[in-house]
Write a protein that binds this ligand. Structure first.
Ligand SMILES: Nc1ncnc2c1ncn2[C@@H]1O[C@H](COP(=O)(O)OP(=O)(O)OP(=O)(O)O)[C@@H](O)[C@H]1O
Ligand code: SF4
Ligand SMILES: [Mg+2]
Length: 369
């Protein structure tokens, strides 16, 4: 495959990030919205680190706060009725308290997002090409012709047929799937060091899905970019992610190396997701272990463990603790980890003892998957 870009930034080396400092660090991120019905706690204390060259997969049911978290990292909640707290460090630079102009400059140059809704990212009054050219020229001192060549190249890479002609179309002349691909081209045009891809392949057919995932992988290999991929498709996560973060009701309930989360998951909600989510790596459409019930209101989040009204094991931990005390994320002990796998710490927020979790997983859940 041709290189993603023939001009700008040199490939990153591990030395580009100060030793011991992750490229992206999110600490106790809270994003609440004031509404007429009450305060919506969309994101309520999420923390994680992401190194260059690594991919974090974020999974969770609809409404768990995945998109709000991503938009928060991109600094895109500033104009709404959002209350944001916590810290977001990009290569050591704090973003929540930063000047909005500074964050705008970083967006598009050092960090970019593939939005879940392609229409929200493209302006209806400008041609697709003009928007990609503009995104490129904002961050590169180059003439329009060079930028247009770059736009056509990117449209080609994301699978738009006849890109040299379609570059002059307006967004409404594109189908939904093509608009999504054009938006992906726009997000990748500057080879971002941090790429957040929010359900990047849902509207696309399988062949194009594979092309897009290849493109993201190429970007990462060439430039050592850090990638966050949000998806309902555990097959995509299994293929791309080094680490997985499981969100429930605006919080992280499990986080760890992908191998650990797949082979020795430590949270009843993750068990439910593994049993009910579609996976492209297996022929299985039945919901084996459906997550019963529906996600909670983020205005009245259940007390204690937010998952307790839906959890089949809520009565197991002693003294009804599950309904009164919120379980904090705790390190999974070495004895509970999948054998022969490593890759970093594994965290879970559940009151079940490690022994109970291990027994339920091995005896009840794993055999059914
Ligand atoms: N501007 C806003 N004002 C009020 N509530 C909001 C706002 N934006 C998002 N929410 C609420 O925050 C919660 C989390 O939304 P979010 O879009 O992050 O979910 P998600 O995990 O991305 O779901 P999906 O998988 O459907 O994309 C939802 O309950 C949503 O209604
Ligand atoms: S803390 Fe209790 S309710 Fe929550 S996931 Fe664990 S067992 Fe289920
Ligand atoms: Mg979303």
């Amino acid at each position: 495959m041709s290189e993603l870009d023939n001009s700008p930034r040199p490939a990153a080396t591990p030395a580009d990030t100060a030793p011991g400092r992750p490229f992206l660090s999110v600490r106790d991120l809270r994003i609440h919205f004031e509404t007429d019905d009450g305060l919506v706690r969309s994101v309520d204390g999420v923390s994680f680190d992401l190194e260059r060259g690594r991919t974090l997969g974020v999974v969770g049911e609809s409404g768990s706060g995945k998109s709000v978290t991503s938009l928060g990292i991109m600094g895109l909640h500033r104009s709404s009725r959002a209350r944001i707290s916590g810290e977001i460090h990009l290569d050591g630079e704090e973003l929540i308290g930063a000047d909005p102009d500074r964050v705008r400059r970083l967006r598009g140059s050092r960090m970019a997002m593939i939005f879940q809704d392609p229409l929200s990212a493209m302006h209806p009054y400008f041609t697709v090409g003009a928007q990609i050219v503009e995104a490129y020229r904002v961050h590169h001192d180059t003439d329009r012709k060079t930028a247009r060549t770059r736009a056509v190249e990117l449209l080609d890479r994301v699978g738009i047929p006849q890109p040299d002609r379609r570059v002059d179309d307006y967004p409404h002349q594109f189908s939904g799937g093509m608009r999504q691909r054009a938006m992906i081209a726009m997000a990748l045009v500057n080879n971002p060091e941090l790429l957040i891809a929010d359900e990047p392949t849902t509207a696309l057919d399988v062949t194009v899905q594979a092309q897009i995932l290849d493109l993201i992988r190429d970007l990462q290999q060439e430039f050592g970019s850090a990638v966050i991929i949000i998806t309902h498709d555990l097959g995509v996560v299994a293929e791309l992610a080094d680490d997985i973060l499981v969100m429930y009701a605006g919080r992280c309930v499990e986080r760890g190396p992908a191998e650990q989360v797949f082979h020795a998951p430590q949270h009843p909600y993750t068990w439910g997701l593994l049993g009910s989510m579609p996976r492209i790596d297996r022929e299985q459409t039945d919901r084996l272990i459906p997550v019963r019930g529906t996600p909670p209101s983020l205005i009245n989040v259940p007390s204690g463990c937010a998952f307790h009204p839906r959890c089949p094991y809520a009565d197991l931990p002693e003294g009804g603790i599950t309904r009164t005390e919120r379980p904090e994320l705790r390190l999974v002990p070495a004895g509970s980890r999948a054998e022969g796998e490593d890759g970093g710490p594994h965290w879970s927020a559940c009151h079940l003892s490690p022994e109970d979790r291990g027994r339920i997983w091995t005896e009840e859940i794993a055999p059914k998957l």
